[in-house]
Design a protein around this ligand. Structure first.
Ligand code: TYD
Length: 217
């Protein structure tokens, strides 16, 4: 899925820390694509399938410790099923898939705990998905302090990862920026502090280019 084949769909993933605005931007992109006559599938990890929703419940809401390798394997198991059962078939049908979070989340979050080697985490996900990589990955980059203020204002209970200390979230951010620097062709890095409308325009411009090249009708 890295080499874009004409006639096939397009796969876009959104990445960024908690509170960076992924959901808002995914929704705006979905609306714009649908208005332009595209068939869009919106999905997310963890979750995005029935099996995935069960795994999501464990990784986000289990009370108490989960061993770091078990946590990484749970995300990878969710991913393996999601790509095989939901994402790959949609791309093969020629649809545009908009996905909140993918393997970069695992590398940034599970790698940020310092217990696991980020390269191992990435290899595990690539094995799980038979090497699937998105056409475009939008990284909404935001200072973790600003992100935390947004989450506090939203007044929702924190999940296991959101509740991690500030230092963890700084490592997640650095992890993401390192991933984007290593794959500049796949990543579109945006300053998530910009107004939502401006971010949406930049994302559209990039996605539009990929669609033109791919020739998705
Ligand atoms: P998300 O669905 O974005 O949370 P919310 O629904 O609250 O906006 O992501 C849930 C959490 O899972 C987030 O803190 C990041 C974490 N996560 C990982 O640690 N590794 C992964 O591989 C993925 C996909 C998510």
């Amino acid at each position: 899925m890295t080499e874009h084949t004409p006639g096939r769909g397009v796969w876009i993933t959104f990445e960024g820390g908690d509170g960076s605005g992924k959901t808002t931007q995914s929704t705006l992109l979905e609306e714009w694509l649908a208005q332009n006559g595209h068939s869009v599938l919106r999905t997310r990890e963890p979750g995005g399938s029935e099996v995935g929703d069960l795994i999501r419940e464990i990784v986000l809401h289990h009370r108490g410790e989960i061993a770091p390798r078990a946590e990484a394997l749970l995300y990878a198991a969710d991913r393996a099923h999601h790509i095989a059962a939901v994402v790959r078939p949609a791309i093969e049908r020629g649809e545009i898939v908009i996905q909140d979070r993918y393997l970069d989340s695992s590398v940034a979050y599970q790698g940020a705990g310092r217990v696991l080697d980020p390269a191992d985490v990435r290899r595990l996900s690539l094995w799980a998905t038979e090497g699937a990589l998105p056409d475009v990955t939008v990284l909404l980059d935001l200072d973790p302090g600003v992100a935390r203020a947004r989450l506090d204002a939203a007044d929702k209970p924190f999940d296991r990862l959101e509740a991690e200390r500030a230092e963890f979230h700084h490592r997640v951010r650095d992890g993401y920026l390192a991933l984007a620097a290593a794959e500049p062709d796949r990543f579109l890095v945006l300053d998530a502090a910009l107004p939502a409308r401006e971010l949406a325009e930049r994302i559209r411009a990039r996605v539009d280019k990929v669609i033109q090249v791919g020739g998705t009708a």
